[in-house]
Design a protein around this ligand. Sequence first.
Ligand code: AMP
Length: 273
Amino acid sequence: MKTFNKPKEMQAYRKTITKSVGFVPTMGALHEGHISLIKQSVEENETTIVSIFVNPTQFLEGEDLESYPSKIEADLKICELAGVDAVFLPTAKTMYESDELRITAPKIKGFILEGAKRPGHFDGVLQVVLKLFNITSPTKAYFGKKDAQQLFMIENMVKHLFLPIMIVPCEIVREGDGLALSSRNVYLSAKEREIALFLSKSLKYATKQIIEGERDTAKIKAMMEEVLSATELEYVEIVDREFNLLKEVEIGDSILLVAARVGTTRLIDNMWV
Ligand code: AMP
């Protein structure tokens, strides 16, 4: 397995590959969620490139950029065992100029939900993902449904900018008890982890109500809020696959979304129904 730190070196390696390239962008501290994306890429492509980069431009002032979990040695081992061909580990210095053009997320869909709670976050995500796409020129790029709005933003960027890349959405990987895997779960104490479970519990409960016939999103959201009362809730929302807010659940076209703080840890989760 090769590793590259400099964008130019990564690009030079990419140019030597003539067959399909699968690309999995990550911020490291890899877990089974990341591994499922990597495995799918290894299965579907001749070559798989993983990037590990904690991108500063997607973090807001006061967020956990400085303390974001890092375990590069273990990450490289995981990649090697999973059959990754190359890992790209750039630094902020090699990725950014001090004064450069900025990508701006769409003014409406990029500034609701996660975009409202973290204004500018998606600008940073799209900026770095476009750079990473240009460096790795993937045939297919793999993203988790766990970050549903991010996935939607990236699918839109590919569409709006006519990028010749296929975006592959990947299912959310959960612990046995339902907690969605996240690099940030390491911040949780045992007691906080119990409370964090209410995110997936609220989604499961809502799904059950929907299966039993409830369609009114106001009622479903109220039920979810009750389940989530032990958390510091940021939002509960139900949208269609284009991220339009819904008054009525449409089976096959809806996403239930939740964001909440547990202690100092911010968690998100969702369920596609
Ligand atoms: P991150 O390192 O958190 O930026 O995540 C890198 C990629 O892994 C993103 O596309 C995430 O959506 C995806 N991902 C993170 N957690 C999970 C999970 N539990 N299941 C599936 N994909 C995930």
